[in-house]
Design a protein around this ligand. Structure first.
Ligand code: HEC
Ligand code: HEC
Ligand code: HEC
Ligand code: HEC
Length: 163
């Protein structure tokens, strides 16, 4: 009995130590979001993202560039956050949901997701221009400026049933 409880106590202690709120957010990958965010009547966010340049951001890197941390920091959500990335997220998925909405291991459960306040309290982010500019900036070798409104329109994946 003690042997069974012991690891749990250690795990719980670790979680409490990790952040002030006791919540550890890890990157889980776009396939996890797809389970609930690919319904046509709700805006099929996964399908739209999968067809976007963010999803193919690794494909524009050639040869060793695909292993270069200097490029990966903006072209791969998984590689840029390797320490907190679960095995369900791969470098190949490029810039995925969680680079903009925050790592989802905690907020992705149905009971939390249904409640916006709880989602936000559990690490979900409603991205602003500032989030885009962590990558869309002069550090990018191909940077030619960033028009937030125009770029936002290009990645629009609204849910027609909300707002
Ligand atoms: C178990 C199902 C489920 C999973 C998995 C899930 N979501 Fe959600 N999500 C929902 C529901 C339900 C809502 C509430 C809106 C709605 O009814 O469509 C929501 C809302 C959202 C919203 C909008 C919040 C708002 O109101 O502005 C974002 C952003 C979001 N999810 C991102 C994600 C991301 C990113 C992932 C993957 C890490 C994810 N979700 C995984 C079910 C899920
Ligand atoms: C600071 C973030 C950042 C870094 C670092 C970065 N990129 Fe990018 N990359 C971007 C963004 C954002 C775009 C989209 C176009 C733009 O604004 O430059 C992009 C686009 C590209 C494109 C497509 C260009 C086009 O015109 O379609 C290539 C190729 C590319 N990057 C290669 C690289 C390589 C190689 C490295 C490493 C030496 C690198 N990037 C490092 C953010 C970055
Ligand atoms: C490049 C950044 C970025 C990526 C990648 C991204 N999103 Fe979003 N997402 C946004 C922005 C920006 C909004 C709009 C927020 C607003 O309306 O103020 C948004 C809105 C949403 C909404 C709310 C829609 C609504 O109208 O209520 C959902 C749900 C969502 N995203 C899910 C996802 C999922 C699932 C993925 C991955 C398959 C994803 N997003 C990938 C930036 C992103
Ligand atoms: C984690 C880094 C990252 C973040 C955050 C990010 N992007 Fe990007 N974005 C990229 C990279 C890298 C590319 C280039 C991919 C390619 O060329 O294949 C890109 C490309 C794009 C493109 C395609 C440009 C074109 O020429 O068609 C649009 C539009 C875009 N981003 C909008 C946004 C918006 C809006 C946000 C914020 C809500 C955002 N991005 C946040 C990295 C990022």
């Amino acid at each position: 009995m003690i042997a069974k409880i012991f690891p749990f106590v250690i795990a719980a202690g670790f979680l409490l130590a990790a952040t002030p709120s006791g919540v550890v957010n890890e990157y889980v990958g776009a396939a996890k979001c797809k389970m609930c965010h690919n319904k046509p009547d709700k805006g099929e966010q996964y399908k739209i993202w999968a067809a976007s340049k963010h999803a193919s951001a690794m494909k524009v890197l050639k040869g060793d560039e695909a292993k270069d941390p200097k490029c990966l920091k903006c072209h791969s959500t998984a590689a840029a956050n390797a320490k907190l990335a679960q095995e369900t997220i791969t470098n190949a998925e490029g810039v995925s949901c969680e680079s903009c909405h925050g790592p989802g291991s905690v907020y992705k459960t149905a009971t939390i997701m249904k409640d916006k306040a709880k989602s936000l309290a559990s690490g979900m982010i409603e991205p602003t221009e500032k989030v885009c500019k962590t990558c869309h900036n002069a550090e990018s070798p191909t940077f030619k400026g960033f028009d937030y409104k125009a770029m936002l329109a290009k990645i629009a994946h609204d849910d027609p049933t909300t707002k």
